[in-house]
Design a protein around this ligand. Structure first.
Ligand code: IMP
Length: 185
């Protein structure tokens, strides 16, 4: 059924071209800030996969990459607040300059959990880059050091972001139609 996935999109927020331009800019800025230090990119899967793939290629410096998996309990479109580790890092981060790569910060609970966890492992420094920031949802005083785009209070999909594991492969970021997750009004 061609087009079915796109039919669930209410509105496109960022086109592939806009995403590429912004991610390239971010990568260059971060690379400049880390000049002389080798960042270790700790990527939160799965939502950050397209973002890290583009971001790291826009960073023309020596870096390394690892993946961490977290899940918040419960389904739906809001975070339950209870987070657990689903995949741990492969390598030690002790003494390293860690850059956490996140897809979206909403309540901030996922990021708060990850930062708490990573700081116990004695990294030299920890910074955060998020592709999207939804400040309206914030329950904790937590901010990213680098933000791709700030978005309004809407549930978005695409460029890695899912709803029930779907839509991650959309090349743009769009708002999911409400009736897809809430049923007809
Ligand atoms: P937080 O813990 O509320 O900050 O939520 C962070 C996680 O919830 C993200 O890593 C996403 O997996 C998911 N999330 C939050 N908002 C959205 C959204 O609008 N679309 C898709 N996933 C979202």
């Amino acid at each position: 059924m061609a087009g079915a996935m796109h039919d669930d999109v209410e509105e496109i927020l960022f086109t592939p071209e806009q995403i590429q331009a912004r991610v390239a800019e971010l990568g260059q800025q971060i690379a400049a800030d880390y000049a002389g230090r080798e960042p270790h990119l700790v990527t939160i899967v799965k939502g950050s996969i397209p973002f890290i793939a583009d971001l790291m290629r826009a960073m023309d410096i020596t870096l390394s990459l690892d993946l961490i998996g977290v899940a918040s309990y419960g389904a739906g479109t809001t975070s339950s607040g209870e987070v657990r580790l689903t995949k741990d890092l492969d390598d030690s981060i002790e003494g390293r300059h860690v850059l956490v790569v996140e897809d979206i910060i909403d309540t901030g609970l996922t990021l708060a959990y990850v930062l708490r966890n990573l700081r116990q492992r004695a990294p030299a420094s920890v910074r955060v880059v998020t592709f999207l920031d939804k400040p309206s949802g914030r329950g904790t005083a937590i901010e990213a050091d680098y933000v791709g785009f700030t978005i309004p209070d809407a549930f978005v999909i695409g460029y890695g972001l899912d709803w029930n594991q779907r839509y991650r492969n959309l090349p743009y970021v769009g708002i999911l139609k409400r009736d897809v997750y809430a049923g007809p009004l």
